[in-house]
Ligand binder design. Sequence first.
Ligand SMILES: NC(=O)c1ccc[n+]([C@@H]2O[C@H](COP(=O)([O-])OP(=O)(O)OC[C@H]3O[C@@H](n4cnc5c(N)ncnc54)[C@H](OP(=O)(O)O)[C@@H]3O)[C@@H](O)[C@H]2O)c1
Length: 251
Amino acid sequence: MEKLQPLSGRIALVTGASRGIGAALSVALAERGAHVVAVARSMDGLRQVRETIGAAGGTATIVPLDLADPDAIARLATTIEGRHGKLDILVGNAGIPGPNVAVEHAKPADWAEVLAINLTANWHLIRCMHPLLKRSDAGRAVFMSSSAVRQARADRGIYAVSKAGLESLVRAYAATNLGTSLCINLFNPGPVRTQMRRTVAPHEDPMSLDTPQHCAEKLVELCLPGFKDTGKLYDYPMRGYIEFAKPSVPA
Ligand SMILES: NC(=O)c1ccc[n+]([C@@H]2O[C@H](COP(=O)([O-])OP(=O)(O)OC[C@H]3O[C@@H](n4cnc5c(N)ncnc54)[C@H](OP(=O)(O)O)[C@@H]3O)[C@@H](O)[C@H]2O)c1
């Protein structure tokens, strides 16, 4: 059955769109009428996503891009501005797990790469895409966090640091845009059946996990013009918001 098209005429940028949650979200957004700008490094994965979207009657532009390259992110913003003049939806979904290693034994190169992709690239996306999101009548931005932030697992420290930094970045971004038409939120998918999860938990039965498609259905809701919350962290396993602990003395 054809889905309703509440995103008709809207432009959505999804990073990490070549597989996993980003690929499923790209398809789900396109099914609701959005034109999806799908970003990742792997052309094969991106082509497959474009084919799936096209077969369902939707449209997508695929952009092979390494998010470690800030100049490429800036060029992408210029291209979107030239073609569409605005951006309605930004989903900072791309992420890497990094190695399972104690922080005291991790290599500087691992630290640098995980922070570059999971944190710094999202700052560049915010910096470069913000003027375009402001041109939308209902700009929506969502960034992917993780339970790792609150779990403090011994071997997942660098990843947890990158996502904790992302949470602070996104909450600050939301705070500076309170009272505007922009809604900016975080999303924790929890364990989902993807390549990343297989890397992090190789002994787990993937069939016991929720699918990227189910997770994407919820993510789409945070991208709709009618979605009005901002500065929140939606926890998918809990199906609700996580409360941020307040400091005992305001800073
Ligand atoms: N799956 C889970 O259980 C889970 C749990 C908590 C949080 N998350 C978060 O959810 C998000 C999506 O995860 P996933 O499980 O769907 O992961 P995934 O299947 O491994 O997909 C990751 C995506 O990020 C892209 N990517 C990685 N490095 C990149 C780079 N340098 N430049 C551009 N794109 C890059 C990959 O594309 P290319 O390799 O083609 O570049 C791929 O499309 C991540 O932020 C992750 O931290 C996932």
